[in-house]
Write a new protein. Structure first.
Length: 138
């Protein structure tokens, strides 16, 4: 097996194990829609990073943190159930991200590559980070 395929196999296995543990926590807390909401908010973070010309990792992390804080603040009011708040954040994040995407000067951007990545392009340092997170989480 080539080194490229071995890294892809290790990355896929590590992400699967990490997502399984996190998925159990999310389901136990009755927040199973939170992944969709964060995914749609991540689109806004990617587009903001492309517009600003900075590393999209930072803008995605900042957007996710802001969305998380927004959800906590909105959930404290107890006016709406949490799944309704997640639906609002999900559709809002998607609509803001797509609206901002229209402002990009170069629309030849592969958003799927930014949002989902490429398992064959995983570097050894990313594997160390992934498995470090896996050990820290368990």
């Amino acid at each position: 097996m080539s080194e490229l395929m071995l890294r892809a196999l290790l990355a896929g296995s590590g992400v699967g194990a990490l997502a399984a543990m996190l998925g159990c926590f999310v389901v136990w807390r009755r927040m199973s829609y939170v992944g969709d909401a964060m995914g749609h908010a991540a689109l806004t973070g990617v587009v903001l990073g492309l517009l600003a010309g900075v590393n999209t990792l930072f803008t995605v992390l900042a957007t996710a943190a802001l969305v998380g804080l927004l959800l906590v603040r909105m959930h404290r009011d107890k006016r709406l159930p949490f799944d309704a708040l997640l639906a609002m954040v999900s559709t809002g994040g998607l609509s803001i991200g797509l609206s901002l995407f229209a402002l990009l000067p170069n629309k030849q951007v592969d958003l799927n590559g930014y949002l989902f990545g490429d398992v064959l392009a995983v570097s050894p340092s990313q594997l160390w980070l992934l498995y470090g997170l896996l050990v820290a989480q368990s």
